[in-house]
Design a protein around this ligand. Structure first.
Ligand code: MG
Length: 168
């Protein structure tokens, strides 16, 4: 294997969680394209899907491209309430155009409530579908923040994602 045959990309995102609109500014909680039942949800210009945002940034990072905020500015009305699968699809298109394919994706969601475990299989399947890869190439891990700081107090959701690409 040559060193130019693989690329690694890292993505990170955090969204504040607030009471659902109209009581607060929270949108319905969705992670990896999967809706989660909760009384709080992300504040964001798009649908606020922190997992899809982190994965999108990981792909863009591996390609050495501008980040999600530069490609899809939160001042652009076109992205108001947008399904974040659109951002991921655009990043994926660029991966293919540049001659790369996904080896694997590993992501960690840090969320105090609700528990991620019951939704993990669905999130993994949905991510694999969006990425067009077998589920064995996608992993999603759930953590709490041990009740400390904003994430641990349930006021934010945080995601880290790492992706490996190889020459298609
Ligand atoms: Mg985001």
């Amino acid at each position: 294997m040559q060193r130019d045959d693989v690329r690694v990309g890292h993505g990170y995102d955090l969204h504040r969680l607030e009471a659902l609109a109209p009581a607060g500014a929270g949108r319905p909680l969705v992670l990896g394209g999967v809706p989660l039942e909760h009384h709080r949800g992300p504040v964001g210009h798009s649908d606020g899907d922190a997992l899809l945002h982190a994965v999108t940034d990981a792909l863009l990072g591996a390609l050495g491209l501008p980040d999600i905020g530069e490609l899809f500015p939160n001042t652009d009305p076109a992205w108001e309430g947008a399904d974040s699968a659109v951002f991921l699809a655009e990043a994926l298109k660029r991966v293919g155009e540049a001659g790369w394919s996904i080896v694997n994706l590993d992501a960690t969601v840090i969320l105090e409530r609700p528990k991620l475990a019951p939704a993990k299989a669905a999130i993994r399947a949905r991510l694999a579908g969006l990425l067009g890869v077998d589920g064995s190439r996608v992993n999603v891990k759930g953590k709490t923040h041990e009740k400390v700081d904003a994430v641990g107090e349930g006021r934010a959701v945080e995601v880290h994602a790492v992706v490996l690409l190889s020459r298609a």
